[in-house]
Design a binder for this molecule. Structure first.
Ligand code: PEP
Ligand code: MG
Length: 594
């Protein structure tokens, strides 16, 4: 393992390893870009709402700056933290605030347009003065403007779409709207200040098979646009202003890592069977239809989770039924005859929907999310269900509902599904009547009543990302509390065990499609649980398979029993790490478990 303290002039930051691999390349700092503002007027009846939206954005940016100020103060002291005082004052400035609100009310400009116009006239005057101090403040005001615009527009400018060189994207955080409009071939890595292992940036990086480190705390202000950096997504390190010795070290490690990956890929066509003959289905999680190719090339036997949110984001209206049908059909045909679990829209929480679909909520993770959203929008829901049903004739489709917390929701969703079937029957459209229905078990409520839910569905898939978040009351994307996000917490292990036991008692198929399924350490436990399927990012499949193939189900059961008797998550982790190092020295040697 590299000794970070001995790397001379090289500077580095440690974050959360989010997607394995090493990349050396030029940084593209996303946060310096100002979003494009369209010339847009609003209707008189929308004026109050627009003013409120602006005020909410001001509040958000204020809290963001206070957070940054606090962390800077902790790290570097009060002097440095003062740089934000000017910013914060600007957010109190009546010229900017009242000026913007007046333009919305009197000229009926959209809030973003009113803001840029107001700031434009304020800064023009400041730039003309001889006062150096005032001229310097222009930069601060523009920064505030950019932050407010990002809040108001919910996205960055389109620069990620038009990249002409390979880059590593460095940002405060990456929202689905960024990645949706990104020129994917040009982006070779991510480094973000916010986020945890299951934040959008992390999941997306694994899907794109690029290294990523998230939760870095600070980064964008430490490097220059275009500066060469090293992202070590395996250990969670970003090195910058590095010297030759560190470059040599990383070039060597990169070579070894890639050799290791190639050796695992040789297992691609072998089944995932334990040494004592228990078979697991290894499936892939995908977020965009094209990823099905990566799933196949990494040996996926099925698609265990097709997240459909990405068809809906970064657009003004939800996709049409035909557009959705084409996307689903593409995946279903590519996988046939293997099955594809298509999850209905899971907007809300950390996932955005069509613009304006999810209003600002105080507690988005506990709010209008997943099945709750779909049930309250029957037109959007039925359009999606019809598209999925139509795609079912091209292979093997299973439908899965997210964020279930009660039987009512399961029953209501099934009713809407039946109504969608009826519409297709009436119009004489082809679909398969035998499409299986399942739900995600990702709230403690659903896990606790998994036996009752099992009676209503054909299958269940555990969403451990959310199950951990909700059972431990830890926001999965908040780096401040990332240390509490613990998949080995006894409460989580009990919920997992209880869910699988309930499903098995009812003879129902049960899988797990959260990030746990791709974590080599957790796999030791998951084998022992006796799940039918493990579904994870395509990238992790070869490694998971190598662990399944070299473990016996019997010994994994014992491992699980022992873990279930432990009192803390850290005890379980240490125990699993011990087994891992002994049993899989070749994997530990590549520092895959850090
Ligand atoms: C989960 O919650 O574990 C899951 C697989 O769904 P998502 O990450 O999309 O919320
Ligand atoms: Mg989830």
């Amino acid at each position: 393992m590299i000794d970070l303290e001995s790397i001379g002039k090289t500077q580095y930051r440690k974050g959360i390893p989010a997607s394995p691999g090493i990349v050396i390349g030029r940084a593209f700092i996303l946060d310096t870009e100002r979003p494009h503002v369209a010339a847009e007027c609003i209707l008189p009846e929308r004026v109050d709402e627009e003013v409120e939206r602006f005020q909410a954005a001001v509040d958000d940016v204020k809290s963001e700056l206070l957070r940054l100020q606090n962390s800077l103060e902790e790290e570097l002291g009060k002097e440095h933290a003062r740089i934000f005082e000017a910013h914060l004052m600007m957010l109190e400035d009546s010229m900017v605030l009242d000026g913007t609100i007046r333009r919305v009310r009197e000229d009926r400009l959209s809030a973003p347009l009113a803001l840029t116009e107001t700031i434009g006239s304020v800064t023009a005057a400041m730039e003309r003065t001889d006062d150096e101090y005032l001229r310097d403040r222009v930069y601060d005001i523009k920064d505030i403007e950019r932050r407010l615009l990002i809040r108001l527009l919910g996205r960055e400018s389109d620069t990620l779409r038009h990249l002409s060189d390979d880059v590593i994207v460095v940002a405060r955080e990456l929202a689905p709207t960024h990645t949706a409009s990104m020129h994917k071939e040009r982006v070779t890595g991510f480094a973000t200040e916010a986020g945890g292992r299951t934040s959008h940036a992390a999941i997306m990086a694994r899907s794109l098979e690029i290294p990523a480190v998230v939760g870095l705390g600070r980064m964008t202000d430490l490097i220059d646009q275009g500066e060469s950096i090293i992202v070590d997504g395996t250990l969670g390190i970003v090195a910058y202003k590095y010297d030759q010795s560190i470059l040599d070290y990383y070039l060597d490690r990169k070579k070894k890592y890639e050799e290791f990956e190639r050796s695992l890929l040789k297992l691609k066509d072998y089944p995932a069977v334990t040494r004592d003959g228990r078979k697991f289905e290894l499936a892939a999680n995908i977020e965009i239809p094209d990823e099905v190719d990566s799933a196949i090339s990494h040996g996926a036997e099925a698609i265990g989770l097709f997240r459909t949110e990405y068809l809906f984001i970064a657009r003004d209206n939800p996709p049409t039924e035909d557009e959705q049908y084409e996307a689903y059909r593409h995946v279903v045909e590519a996988m046939a005859p293997s099955s594809v679990v298509i999850r209905t829209l899971d907007v809300g929480g950390d996932k955005f929907g069509p613009r304006g679909a999810s209003p600002r909520e105080e507690n988005p993770f506990l709010g209008w999310r997943g099945i709750r959203y779909s049930l309250s929008k029957p037109d959007v829901f039925m359009r999606q269900l019809r598209a999925i049903l139509r795609a079912s004739v091209h292979g093997s489709v299973r439908i899965m509902f997210p964020m279930i917390s009660s039987l009512h929701e399961v029953r209501d969703a099934k009713q809407v599904l039946e109504a969608s079937r009826q519409e297709l029957r009436t119009s004489g459209t082809d679909f398969r009547e035998d499409v299986e229905i399942g739900v995600m078990i990702e709230t403690p409520a659903a896990a606790t009543i998994a036996d009752m839910i099992a009676d209503e569905v054909d299958f269940m898939s555990i969403g451990s990302n959310d199950l951990v978040q909700y059972s431990l009351a830890v926001d999965r994307g908040n780096d401040r509390v990332a240390y509490l996000y613990d998949e080995y917490h006894p409460a989580v292990l009990r919920l997992l065990e209880q869910t699988v036991r309930s499903a098995k008692k009812r003879r129902k198929w049960v899988g797990l499609c959260g990030e746990m399924a791709g974590n080599p350490l957790s796999v030791l436990l998951l084998i022992g649980l006796g799940l039918d399927e493990l579904s994870t990012s395509p990238l992790m499949l070869p490694e998971v398979k190598s662990i399944v193939r070299s473990t016996s189900y019997n010994s994994a059961r014992k491992t699980l029993q022992k873990a279930l008797n432990m009192k803390t998550g850290s005890e379980v982790r240490r125990y699993l790490e011990g087994i891992f190092r002994k049993r899989y020295p070749e994997i530990s040697a590549t520092e895959l478990i850090g």
